[in-house]
Ligand binder design. Structure first.
Ligand code: ADP
Ligand code: ZN
Length: 719
């Protein structure tokens, strides 16, 4: 096992994060103890880190089983950008590539291998895995999307069933199962099917506190509101519609309104779909208008807005789809547009189902969605309740908590409604009762002679929607019942009679027109936003150079703190959350230059550096290790080899040590003559990035030398 002073330092070093998310540390400790694990965490909870960090600490190869090719590539790209040696094997590779990757694995260089389940268990692959085990060892199996193993899950994959044979073949290799969705039944199934041995089970809360949930009525101005939402919120957005036709129409409208938007649905060719998806992931296009075909296996962490322009099918899919917002834990918005006419469309499609059981389930699910949309309590309470999790409300981050709807007295209306139910002999559903109240002339009314009732036409002053709102609320409050046989016949209960006898009042939360108010920014925040834009375009440029999505370079959260903190030195830069050792050396200078340019243009003169800033001037533990080896007289390459770290990283340690006033012997590292020349250039050009300095000096000067001397120069000039 590689030794780190502690896990936090390993986290910072490899991934750049300052602290673990809830649950991660415990899981990683268990993994390091070689325990079997079952990890249930919501999307964006940070599951991957739970096997990635142990993979870097433990000896041997960690094999990750993942069902989706796109997801594999994504993760591998992200890891490589942190200088972590990961690779994948799947059907997208030719035999030649497969062979060379296998060789790399056998040489022991690769830490993480991603494979699809069908390959893992193929006759060709298992002997290879035997060889890996013999030569370099297998640290663990990590089974991603583990719910696929269960027939009770929504995503059953037969290939996952054979995974148990893996357990038989390698009984002593610990197995981690990870999933974002698992009911009790699926959990038990995962443990049994994968043959987990006394697994340590971690179930995280499904509450995603960074997501703002809201429901709006889909009125005539819905499109205008949608447009406003897109314009007022920064960042990527997904808009879900029910049908392909609606997707195409909406995309067209948005494009006309100068919004960068593309479509995604099953009607497009494979090439179009995958090209649109890539453009979305790479931030070449901002808005994806899609059917629910879009999103599975997409790992984009910086989606800021998910809008359901049509009603979702059920609460579980709503949670999953809206949950594609804000996987990076940054504030994001989930908006659902709700209309009664959507309900009719869905009801119609439910009626087309032939299996009565299926119909019943679909109706029940629709009712739950409607309850959610119409509910006046905290949206989180309803959602989490659906997953069996208790949540006390007052989340302060949903529309109902932030803008409680004013209550109005609707006792008279409730009395009218309930007595109409009574007059109709408790044999009809909500719509019919409303028809009677509003004096409609439908055939059903004439046939049943309901136009003769005393309640006929006494409710013309309220619209159908208003009556529905009342009826739903009565149901919610338990003041009337509804049969669950699929006919939804309204039935009175003792509370209904209390209302009719005027022993109980009825109040109703009345929706108010909502304004978009996304935390009003201060002037300072606006300034940071300007810098943020520049950092974003630098990030995009760097990402395009490597053909990776921008978030692989730095996540939004990292850019944000960068814009706020505005670091001036590499040391400060390295402290930012999201900047690990590799990214620091790869991108640090470029971003510092951009920040400096911005500050100069703004006329912001940097105050003289405070000499004693403990957070800056204390060497980190890994630097201390390097320092000790340096003092023993080892060269940079020797230290690098000994520590199994890249030489550039050692140089960076030494530079930082110099900046931190540690007695590094620079003469051991840079010839005196070079030192003097570099010093001269620094005196002229000042503290700028390495490239222009090197341009002045010429090819015979290495970046490493310049970096080291610049460290000393910085130290001297700070005094
Ligand atoms: P999941 O697989 O659970 O959906 P991921 O593993 O993709 O989630 O993680 C979601 C996001 O959170 C990723 O962008 C990841 O880099 C980030 N992340 C994970 N752990 C941490 C942490 N400790 N601190 C900050 N960000 C983290
Ligand atoms: Zn709430």
């Amino acid at each position: 096992m590689l030794q780190y002073p502690n896990l936090e330092q390993a986290l910072k070093y490899h991934f750049g994060y300052d602290r673990f998310r809830p649950g991660q540390r415990q899981i990683i400790e268990d993994a390091l103890q070689n325990r079997d694990l079952l990890i249930v965490m919501p999307t964006g909870g940070g599951k991957s880190l739970c096997f990635q960090l142990p993979a870097l600490i433990k000896k041997g190869l960690t094999v990750v089983v993942s069902p989706l090719i796109a997801l594999m590539q994504d993760q591998v790209e992200g890891l490589r950008n942190n200088n972590i040696n990961a690779t994948f094997l799947n059907s997208s590779l030719n035999p030649y590539k497969v062979r060379s990757r296998e060789e790399a694995i056998l040489s022991g260089k690769v830490r993480l291998l991603y494979v699809a389940p069908e390959r893992l268990l193929s006759e060709r692959f298992l002997p290879f895995l035997d060889l890996v085990k013999e030569k370099i060892g297998i640290a663990a199996f990590a089974i991603d999307e583990a719910h696929c193993v269960s027939e009770w899950g929504h995503d059953f994959r037969p290939e996952y069933r054979q995974m148990k044979s893996l357990r038989k073949r390698y009984p002593d290799v610990p197995t981690l199962a990870l999933t974002a969705t698992a009911t009790d039944r699926v959990r038990a199934d995962i443990i049994q099917q994968l043959g987990l041995k006394q697994p340590s089970i971690h179930i995280a809360s499904f509450n995603r506190q960074n997501l703002y949930y809201e429901v709006r009525s889909k009125t005539k101005s819905a499109y205008a509101e949608l447009l406003e939402l897109i314009r007022e919120n920064e960042g990527s957005a997904i808009i879900y519609c029910l049908t392909r036709k609606k997707v195409d129409e909406l995309t067209f409208k948005l494009q006309n309104d100068k919004i960068s938007a593309l479509s995604y649905h099953a009607g497009l060719s494979d090439e179009e779909r995958s090209s649109n998806q890539t453009r979305f992931i790479r931030d070449d296009v901002r808005v994806m208008v899609a059917t629910i075909a879009f999103g599975m296996g997409i790992n984009k962490p910086d989606v800021r807005l998910v809008i359901h322009f049509d009603l979702p099918r059920n609460l579980e899919s709503y949670y999953q789809e809206s949950g594609r917002a804000g996987r990076d834990s940054e504030p994001s918005r989930c908006t659902l547009f709700f209309s009664f006419s959507d309900i009719k469309t869905i009801e119609w499609s439910i009626d087309q189902k032939t299996d009565p059981q299926e119909q019943l389930i679909a109706k029940q699910q629709l009712r739950q969605v409607i309850d959610y949309a119409q509910g006046t309590v905290c949206r989180r309470t309803i959602q989490l309740g659906y997953f069996g999790e208790r949540f006390d409300g007052n989340c302060a981050n949903c529309d109902n908590c932030r803008y409680p709807k004013p209550m109005q007295d609707w006792t008279i209306e409730a009395m009218k409604f309930l007595s109409c139910v009574a007059r109709c002999k408790e044999r009809f559903g909500m719509l019919h009762i409303i028809d009677v109240l509003r004096g409609a002339k439908s055939q059903k009314i004439i046939q049943n002679e309901h136009d003769q009732l005393s309640t006929y036409g006494i409710g013309k002053d309220k619209s159908v929607d208003e009556w529905r709102m009342l009826a739903r609320s009565l149901l919610h409050q338990g003041l009337v019942e509804q049969t669950s046989d699929g006919y939804s016949v309204l039935k009175l209960n003792p509370l209904s009679w209390e209302v009719m006898r005027r022993q109980r009042t009825v109040s109703l939360a009345v929706p108010v027109a909502q304004k978009i108010t996304w935390e009003e920014g201060s002037e300072k925040a606006a300034e940071a936003e300007i810098l943020m834009q520049r950092l974003r375009s630098l990030r995009k440029q760097l990402a395009d150079e490597q053909s990776v999505p921008p978030y692989v370079v730095f996540q939004d959260s990292t850019l944000k703190v960068m814009a706020q903190v505005q670091p001036k030195t590499l040391t400060e830069f390295g402290k930012l959350s999201g900047v690990g050792s590799h990214k620091l050396s790869q991108y640090g200078d470029k971003f510092l230059t951009e920040i400096r340019a911005y500050r100069q243009e703004k006329g912001l003169i940097d105050p003289p550096q405070v000499k004693f800033t403990p957070s800056v001037s204390l060497p980190s533990d890994t630097e201390i290790v390097t320092f000790q080896l340096h003092k023993q007289g080892l060269s940079v390459n020797e230290i690098a080899k000994k520590r199994n770290i890249r030489p550039t990283t050692i140089i960076r340690h030494l530079t930082d040590l110099i900046e931190k006033n540690q007695p590094v012997d620079i003469n051991q590292l840079v010839p005196l003559e070079h030192q003097q020349k570099i010093w001269q250039v620094l005196e002229v050009l000042g503290d700028i990035s390495l490239t222009p300095i090197r341009e002045q000096l010429g090819e015979s000067y290495s970046f490493d030398e310049i970096r080291l001397v610049r460290g000393k120069w910085r130290r001297e000039n700070r005094k």
